[in-house]
Ligand binder design. Sequence first.
Ligand SMILES: [Zn+2]
Length: 412
Amino acid sequence: MKYILIIGDGMADNPVPELDGRTPLEAADKPHIDALASQALLGSVLTVPRQLPPGSDTAILSIFGCDPTRYYTGRSPLEAAGSGVSLQPGDVSYRCNMVALSDGDGPFEDKTILSHSAGSIDGETAIALITWLFDDPEFAAAAAGLHVRVSPQPSFRHIAVQAGGDAQGMAAEPPHNILGRRIGDYAMHGNTNAEALWQLMALANRRLEHHPLNDARRAAGKLPANGIWFWAEGTAVALPNFVQTYGHSGSVISAVPLVHGIGALTGLKMVHVEGATGETETNCEGKVQAALDALRGGDDFVCVHLEGPDEASHNGNLAEKLLCIHYLDSRIVGPLTAALEAEGTDFRMLILSDHKTLMSTRTHDGDPVPFLIYDSTHPTPNGRRYTEADGLKGPYVAAGTQLMGLLFGEPV
Ligand SMILES: [Zn+2]
């Protein structure tokens, strides 16, 4: 028996007026998923405990059997693990975005964030600028004084690690939430360490503002990467070992460091697929091949994560959300199940949205989401589809941490 977890990030939603009151899952073209749902255990699950913020960090921790009320210390340590950055006890890690701040030499506090990704800066320039910054004598001295080092990543998403950092009471705003607003009103705060890091961000802006690469970006009509922004702070975390808990080993296939990191911290393998972008157009076929390779190579569990529906929802793009759901169906679930059936492999497949991402608010929501568990050896007809409403008719699973046990449990 092989076990497969498919996560369509943020695909669950509420009824949308443009779809005549249907949800994207109700309106999307997804015959393969619906065919599985009609013969599966179909229900609803609360992936994120009510007292925690809904997001892929808290939700996917819970799906992998790690109670987020106990193991969630922040987003960054999970991403660090997915990026190969290992944290020592006492380390605090942060997401260190490269951002585009409004130009000029005026007070740092009065600036605004023009882009939380420095205009989707390319990896090569992002690495060049962050490396230069942390080598710059004035900045390097200030960073060293706070025991902050950086792990450059090939995108706007660098990771900073602070040895012995104090994150107690610290509050940091995600930069994508405050676009266009005066940053001084959203300064990192809560303790003296936060205030010191805010000053470090101000110094970074002064040093990067007139860097030749930024002058070149402006001349080319691009946004500068003239700032860094620390957020998503968290302390090193040890997660329960997946193999010890469930008795199954396996792989995690995703474009997103967060999902890889959760997998890696539970002892699963990270599989990187070339051309997997986390956007609508991604290498679905490569993910299917990687999943089949992992299963044929001896894994008995594999997770395939698709980020696209969540991004489309954050972008407020309904057509893309429907397309991403269709791709999950026609380019991942359809071919994967067909290949397993063709080679006579028995399998159980858990499909779910980790959390709702609402078209109406363009952000996450903490309501229960529908899930299905299909067992190729025990199809159980129920006449339902994979939708929010049909999920609510089924069993209600009060904690996401129970899902993996259901996937590995007795035939449904
Ligand atoms: Zn999201």
